[in-house]
Write a protein that binds this ligand. Structure first.
Ligand code: SAM
Length: 234
């Protein structure tokens, strides 16, 4: 295997959940073609007692359990041996909202180490000492970081060179520079008429400049309707 392969390393209590959905479709094909590698390491392997304990009660009291700094640190340091320059990213609802820019930035590097919390979360000291970025997938609380890794990793892998068959697909996607960071325009295919609805005439005209102008208009209108803050960013 070449050292230039993008390495995704997930630190989790449930390694059997990976590659999960990324083992299918485009990302799955890229995985079997060696365009990226997926390692899921069980944080529990780094527990030191007989019962393989990874968590303990919170200082200060309160509900739930907290994952121990010493156990999580060993897991992170194990992953960093293989990819010392990959960012260590903790999945957490208190993190920065995930976006396409993060996926693009990580895809340009040697890999990414994704740390999944469980229970109430992870002892703050190990986050302060060893985590580079904290990322949220939205304003809601999931049971664990594993499900949050799926969208983050999928969005990153599809940015790797050669993963998508047609470069155009990547170029003209929502949030891409080609669409000036806006949402994508609508798509149509056969049949030409479906339940009384026809395809917009301009798309059948063969006039590329007019098609581009129509798509841009649609892209702006859609963004204005559902994500007006994206237009203000421009
Ligand atoms: N006590 C935490 C809080 O209130 O912020 C929630 C902990 S949650 C039950 C357990 C783990 O799920 C977190 O440590 C994190 O890894 C993951 N998680 C939950 N929601 C997430 C989200 N929106 N984005 C990313 N990770 C999330």
């Amino acid at each position: 295997m070449s050292s230039s392969i993008f390495k995704a390393h997930i630190l989790t209590l449930f390694p059997e959940l990976f590659p999960g959905p990324m083992g299918h479709s485009i990302t799955g094909r890229a995985l079997s073609e060696g365009k990226w590698s997926c390692t899921a390491t069980d944080i529990r392997d780094f527990a030191t007692d007989k019962r393989k304990t990874v968590d303990d009660t919170p200082y200060g009291g309160g509900a739930g359990m907290v994952m121990r700094a010493d156990v999580v640190a060993e897991a992170i340091e194990h992953a960093k041996k293989e990819t010392p320059n990959a960012p260590v990213v903790f999945m957490t609802p208190t993190g920065t909202p995930f976006n396409q820019g993060m996926a693009n930035r990580w895809a340009a590097g040697e890999g990414v180490i994704l740390l999944c919390g469980h229970y109430e979360g992870i002892d703050q000291r190990v986050l302060d000492a060893l985590v580079d970025e904290e990322v949220s997938i939205g304003d809601y609380v999931l049971t664990g970081g594993e499900i949050a890794v799926y969208p983050v990793l999928d969005a990153t892998i599809r940015q790797l060179p050669g993963v998508l068959g047609n470069d155009e697909t990547l170029a003209e996607e929502s949030f891409s520079p080609a669409l000036e960071g806006l949402l994508e325009y609508p798509h149509y295919t056969r049949p030409e008429e479906w339940r009384g609805q026809t395809v917009p005439e301009v798309l059948k005209s063969g006039h590329h400049a007019k098609i581009d102008a129509w798509r841009k208009e649609q892209s702006i209108a859609k963004t204005q309707k559902v994500r007006p803050e994206l237009l203000k960013k421009k």
